[in-house]
Write a new protein. Structure first.
Lengths: 249, 516
């Protein structure tokens, strides 16, 4: 089971769009996939039309004895299950803090699912918190969407520093450019700048209205507009991510 | 999760009628009808079916996918396929491959039946348009050589989604009230296989013969031999076609069991009639040895290679290539022999002898329980005597001979298992198996060691480099360590098996006949 966290400090950078599309691509490849919507806003749950409600909220779910399986919902996509969000997740930090080994808690919760899923995608809320720390401990790969702006690039540096402190030695950090508008000079320059960073995935996700329509279509863009530039970019991103991870086990 | 449920359509029923029946509680959206072919795959010994799973290759338009429905209430796993799949290892990596491989082991995934399906998807959705339950309205028709065979059936299949069990239960309860539907208990795999002349579970390599203690020994032994003959014949085609390594293994075991039966139960069958076959089955056993030894060696090396880092694994490739070539030649000779007039003649004459009533040997009229008891205890005593005669140092030939003695005892216990208390028999066979496994591993390590030492020059001549020789050197050292480890393990296990408690248990077992 490979755990991929999609996370960054900054919000509104296309994080959920990436998590949802990557989860869809993993599932359609035949990999048993679980998308865990950890963001209290519940956008990933909304895209898959699953009610953002978890019985007992985050507190019950984090109990050592609690099994995640009864909370899992099958999506309309074969091989893709979803662990929905709950608005109560906004208090997940406090819930974690009240428990022993809070940083290890998410990894502990996911361990029993190792035989049932090939890929777990964690769609995380944009913040620096105990939840983020627990996510970094649970993840094998951290995928970081970065929009080509100064603040977003600064956010990446903060993520790297935080990941180095909180994450495991083996954590692979893979940033990629998101919401790129090549008509903007600043975006153009940032793309070139990031091109020199070997850690960056080469595929950039364009700013496109077809991606924004995910909220209307309530489906991944790769499902309803597979030949669009954005969908092809998500496919490229998934392929590149797999190529980078090949041989790492 | 609610297990999938099916209903057979007993009248006229279309998607509109189903949607209307489920309304207003449930909203149903219907898709378009689509045809597909479902090819059921299983191992020759039905390992997937025995695990409770179903593996189906689905051909729909230009798409090919593999669908695995594991046993229990787990959801189906599907994977798109871009290449032909013969073994579980050929499947794309993931949960599906892991689960299929765990059930199928080394065996090939062979087609056992085919269905043509015309189906329409009806989705039961909530107010958000989220699917809660999938209903498939489908007409299924078994196929034989691509053409329809047997009657077509129409049914409704309920496919629950993970986390929506309540909806599935509600939909099923409502459908149960629809007059055009009746519960469908049929198994598609069984229906598809029946057309191809197979029944799930129709083959097992185990000795499954029900004997009665008072039965004349000649009748009982003839039944055992008939069963072994069927097993042997069932594996000839798969061995010749080289479908997987286990056909040869099972053919070889059936041959060895037959030889044990003839040798250990001498006097039960008419000696003059049986004697010519002793030599023929020895010939057959000898034929199978070179190819099987190479199969074992290759499987062992392939396992070992998987555990190595990439560079070391690559160094073993020339050795593997050389062994594969040698193995292909050995298989060619074996296949030729299995197509020969001598082999065909053996099958024909042996089959006739088993079916034709004949007078038994001098012990033929004795009750089988008495004969079985005497033979088992004699084989045990011989095994113990020979094992104790071994010195403290391992000796290859003597231990190999002991392994053969062990096999004879094990086969006798398996032949007559139905006469004795099942659990106790299984315990004793299990203990004997541990001794045999240690002896087998010891002998395989020795054989592979000798083969590797002898192969050095051949491998060099075949163009292999120093890295291959070094890798072979490491293997040789490993095999030496393994031989020592297995010998130690054997002496420990044999000490237990030859001790008084086992002798007492075995004696009690074979003397208390007829205890179910």
């Amino acid at each position: 089971m490979r755990v991929i966290a999609v996370w960054t400090i900054k919000g509104g950078v296309g994080k959920t769009a990436a998590a949802v599309n990557l989860a869809y691509l993993s599932a359609t490849e035949g990999l048993r996939t679980l998308l865990w919507d950890l963001d209290p806003q519940g956008a990933a749950s909304f895209y898959f039309r699953v009610r953002a409600k978890v019985k007992g909220g985050g507190g019950k779910l984090l109990r050592r004895s609690a099994d995640l399986r009864p909370l899992v919902r099958g999506t309309d996509v074969e091989n893709l299950d979803l662990l929905p969000a709950d608005f109560l997740y906004r208090r997940l930090d406090l819930e974690l803090d009240a428990r022993k080994d809070p940083e290890e808690r998410l990894a502990l919760k996911l361990a029993p699912l190792a035989d049932e899923y090939d890929t777990v995608l964690l769609d995380c809320a944009p913040s620096v918190s105990l939840v983020s720390e627990s996510v970094l401990r649970a993840a094998d790969v951290l995928v970081v969407p970065v929009i080509p702006t100064t603040l977003s690039l600064r956010g990446l540096e903060q993520v790297r520093a935080f990941a180095a402190r909180a994450g495991r030695q083996s954590l692979v950090v893979l940033p990629f450019l998101s919401m790129v508008d090549r008509r903007k000079t600043m975006h153009h320059e940032a793309v070139e700048l990031c091109g020199a960073d070997a850690q960056f995935l080469r595929t950039a996700i364009p700013m496109a209205s077809v991606v924004e329509r995910m909220g209307v279509r309530r489906a991944p863009v790769v499902a309803y507009a597979p030949s669009s530039e954005a969908a092809r970019a998500f496919c490229g991103l998934w392929a590149e991510l797999n190529a980078r991870l090949a041989g790492r086990g | 999760m609610v297990p999938p449920l099916r209903f057979v359509v007993v009248g006229r029923l279309d998607a509109g009628r189903i949607a209307a029946w489920l309304a207003p509680t449930w909203h149903v959206t219907a898709g378009r009808a689509a045809p597909l072919v479902q090819r059921y795959l299983d191992t020759f010994d039905w390992a997937l079916w025995r695990s409770g799973g179903r593996l189906v290759l689905e051909l729909e338009g230009d798409q090919t996918r593999m669908r695995w429905q594991p046993g229990g209430a787990k959801p189906a796993r599907t994977v798109p396929l871009a290449q032909e799949v013969r073994f579980a290892a050929d499947l794309p990596g993931g949960v599906l491959r892991r689960e299929v491989a765990a059930a199928a082991g080394l065996r090939a995934l062979l087609p056992v039946g085919e269905m043509r399906v015309r189906r329409k998807l009806l989705r039961v959705v909530d107010g958000e348009g989220k699917t809660l339950v999938r209903l498939w309205l489908e007409a299924v028709h078994p196929l034989l050589r691509g053409g329809p065979a047997g009657p077509e059936r129409t049914r409704v299949r309920v496919e629950p989604l993970v986390g929506y069990a309540r909806a599935a239960t509600g939909v099923v309860a409502r459908l149960q009230g629809l007059a055009e539907l009746a519960p469908d208990e049929r198994d598609d795999l069984a229906d598809a296989a029946a057309v191809a002349g197979r029944t799930p579970g129709d083959y097992s390599s185990r000795v499954l013969v029900e004997l009665v203690p008072d039965q004349p020994a000649e009748v009982a032994v003839r039944r055992i031999l008939t069963h072994l003959f069927a097993t042997l014949r069932a594996n000839v085609e798969g061995t010749v076609l080289d479908l997987d390594s286990e056909f040869l293994h099972d053919l070889r075991v059936a041959t060895r069991r037959t030889r044990t039966c003839l040798g250990q139960l001498r006097g039960v069958l008419p000696a003059a009639k049986v004697e010519p076959f002793v030599e023929e089955f020895r010939w057959l056993a000898g034929l199978t040895t070179p190819c099987r030894d190479l199969d074992v060696f290759l499987l062992e090396l392939q396992d070992r290679r998987r555990a190595l880092p990439a560079s070391a694994a690559a160094a073993l490739e020339p050795l593997l290539a050389h062994l594969r070539k040698t193995r292909a030649a050995a298989h060619g000779e074996l296949a030729e022999a299995l197509r020969s007039a001598r082999f065909r003649g053996l099958l024909e004459r042996w089959g006739k002898l088993l079916t034709r009533p004949a007078r038994g040997g001098k012990e033929g009229a004795l009750p089988i329980a008495r004969v079985a008891r005497a033979r088992v205890l004699r084989a045990y005593r011989r095994l113990v005597r020979h094992g104790r005669a071994l010195g403290p140092e391992p000796q290859v030939q003597a231990m190999h001979q002991l392994r053969i003695e062990g096999k004879k005892l094990r086969y006798l216990l398996e032949f007559f298992a139905s006469l004795w208390e099942a659990e106790e028999t299984a315990v004793l066979v299990g203990q004997l198996k541990l001794v045999q496994d240690a002896l087998g591993a010891y002998h395989d390590a020795w054989l592979q060691h000798e083969r590797l030492v002898a192969l050095g020059d051949e491998i060099l001549a075949a163009g292999a480099g120093a890295s291959t020789l070094l890798a072979m050197g490491r293997l040789i050292a490993d095999l030496e360590r393994r031989q020592a480890r297995e010998a130690e393990s054997f002496f420990r296990l044999f000490a237990d098996f030859s001790a008084r408690p086992v002798r007492v248990r075995l004696t009690r077992l074979v003397e208390r006949v007829g205890v179910a």
